[in-house]
Design a binder for this molecule. Structure first.
Ligand SMILES: [Fe+2]
Length: 201
């Protein structure tokens, strides 16, 4: 494993055994929850589903999604207590518009910004063009990450970010986790465990 760190992000290469990555890939692609994305308009032409949970419900997430278990064990930060896990599938023509993650804000009367966002690149097609993750701090670009299969990225949760348009023959699949450290009163407004998805029309 090789680790690159700076004040905005950390990259770890070769994070998981290749067999596990293949399992994750097929479990995400064939998940009944994967349909037209429930994410906002800034995620045009993307597919995904989301799992919201508190630290106290990790075992329930693992019961429902056994294939997430190794991921959760490695990726969740011990200082965080609420999580928004999102397998994200970008096919040709898809891109993600600039935004700051704040998915848990929808649950309460507060704006919550994650402490850290982690991204595992589950499948990056060999012929991928575009699809880079651009990190911005106060409108200035501070990094452009070229995704690589089996690389685990952590970036500061308050950074605006976008994904350039994807051009490839296969899907670009990542597993994103917004990781929050919420106060007790805010934590009470978050569901213990909830799956968000849109049924196939
Ligand atoms: Fe995001």
């Amino acid at each position: 494993m090789q680790i690159t760190t700076n004040k905005y992000y950390q990259l770890r290469s070769q994070t998981f055994p290749r067999d596990y990555l293949n399992t994750l890939r097929s479990q995400i692609l064939f998940s009944p929850y994967l349909a037209a994305s429930q994410l906002s308009d800034s995620f045009a032409e993307t597919k995904g589903f989301s799992v919201v949970f508190k630290r106290s419900s990790i075992s329930e997430v693992e019961r429902h999604f056994p294939f997430f278990q190794p991921y959760l064990k490695v990726v969740l930060e011990p200082t965080c207590n609420a999580f928004y896990l999102n397998p994200l599938v970008l096919e040709g023509g898809a891109r993600v518009e600039p935004h700051i993650d704040c998915s848990l804000s929808a649950y309460g009367k507060f704006i919550a910004i994650p402490n850290v966002v982690s991204v595992l690149y589950v499948q990056i097609p060999p012929d991928l063009q575009g699809g880079e993750l651009v990190l911005q701090n106060r409108e200035h670009q501070v990094a452009q990450i070229q995704p690589q299969t089996n690389t685990l990225l952590y970036f500061r949760g308050n950074l605006r970010h976008l994904v350039n348009e994807v051009k490839s023959s296969q899907a670009r699949i990542s597993l994103v986790c917004e990781q929050y450290n919420l106060s007790e009163s805010r934590l009470q407004q978050i569901p213990e465990f909830e799956i968000q998805y849109k049924a196939v029309q």
